[in-house]
Design a protein around this ligand. Structure first.
Ligand code: AQP
Length: 332
């Protein structure tokens, strides 16, 4: 079966709607058809300043959310990135193949580094995409379900895999992005020109899955739209309304264009009310499941340990092959 790898950072107390609709929802669906590896990327989380206690907590909360959202640990290998040391080991190799100019052109690095004082920007943040390439290549993943914002990093991963293969012999499979057209990017409710993001959205612009559902419903009702009245799916011209249609589409299974027809003659208030209701209906049982996974952290840690074991079986074989091709002596 084709392989899938994806990861999510434990850098917030909750996933937001963009993380779920852009990425995790695809992770769940792909378990049916692919061999899946999903990790909480704690190594990536320390590329910016962090608090160890919070990281520990957020790693478990992330795993609990993934389980609550439908990741089935019997089918997918669900693990913490730091439990599989091959990520960091292959990450070093990938850094040694990445050009300085190439890394400098990554827009995520430019965005994130522009928000920090020069001496706070770490080499880890600069090298983030090379580690991400290793995350993917360790598993010879063919598909990587991520949001649109990650497309450039995936291109780099393909370039690095190709570079390694042509210098040292065919070792890595070139992964394809798996980006769903209609949910690829969820926008900030207050600033629908920018993506919903944990680091840059204002509290009113971001919907956290673990927020009080009443608060989230209120944020949806206060979402920025425009001065017109028609509910039309036109992301260029009507970003706010289109964003709401995309969210409702994900929860109802109707396409944004079908929804546009459903809402002929209705107003923005009706649309917002329906989006808020669909959201509350979705998050309420998810939150209950998250709480129950967090009530038994020993069991949660066991799930992660089993996932890491399965992941290492694959990642260690890939690393051994890559090390051999690079000319490292085999350990006797
Ligand atoms: N707004 C979004 N729309 C669609 N997909 C999104 N993703 C993130 N934001 C959106 C996808 O979520 C997955 C997990 O990403 P991550 O762990 O790297 O989270 P992140 O990028 O740190 O999340 P943010 O909110 O974007 O944080 P900042 O802005 O702080 O970096 C990825 O597949 C991503 O595409």
């Amino acid at each position: 079966r084709p392989r899938v790898l994806s990861g999510i950072q434990p850098t917030a107390d909750s996933f937001h709607l963009g993380n779920y609709l852009g990425a995790v929802r695809q992770w769940v669906a792909l378990q049916e058809t692919h061999e899946t590896f999903y990790c909480v990327v704690d190594l990536h989380a320390i590329t910016v300043e962090h608090d160890p206690k919070l990281l520990r907590k957020r790693t478990r909360v992330s795993a609990a959310q993934l389980l609550a959202l439908g990741i089935d640990p019997e089918r997918a290998a669900l693990f913490a990135q730091s439990h599989v040391p091959e990520h960091a080991q292959l990450g070093w190799v990938m850094q040694c193949l990445t050009g300085f100019g190439e890394a400098s052109r990554m827009t995520q690095f430019k965005d994130k580094s522009s928000k920090q004082a020069q001496d706070r920007i770490t080499l880890g943040l600069f090298g983030y995409p090379s580690l991400q390439a290793a995350d993917i290549l360790c598993y010879q993943a063919t598909h990587v379900p991520v949001g649109e914002d990650q497309r450039q990093h995936l291109e780099l991963t393909r370039d690095l895999a190709q570079r390694f293969n042509s210098r040292f012999g065919k070792t890595f499979v070139l992964p394809e992005p798996y980006i769903l057209k209609d949910a690829a990017k969820i926008y900030d409710l207050q600033d629908p020109g920018s993506k919903m993001s944990k680091s840059s959205s204002s509290p009113a612009g971001i919907v956290d899955l673990l927020d009080d559902p009443k608060v989230s419903a209120k944020k949806i009702r206060s979402a920025v739209t425009d001065n017109e009245r028609e509910i039309v799916y036109d992301p260029e011209r009507k970003a706010g309304v289109s964003n709401l249609l995309v969210v409702l589409s994900a929860f109802t299974g109707r396409t944004p264009l079908q929804l546009q027809d459903d809402y002929v003659g209705k107003g923005y208030g009706d649309l917002k009310k329906d989006v808020a209701e669909a959201l509350v209906e979705f998050v309420t049982p998810v939150q209950a499941r998250v709480r129950s996974y967090l009530d038994d952290t020993a069991e949660l840690d066991k799930v992660l340990a089993r996932g890491a074991e399965r992941a290492r079986e694959v990642a260690s074989r890939t690393l051994a092959r890559a090390y051999d091709r690079l000319g490292f002596l085999a350990q006797r």
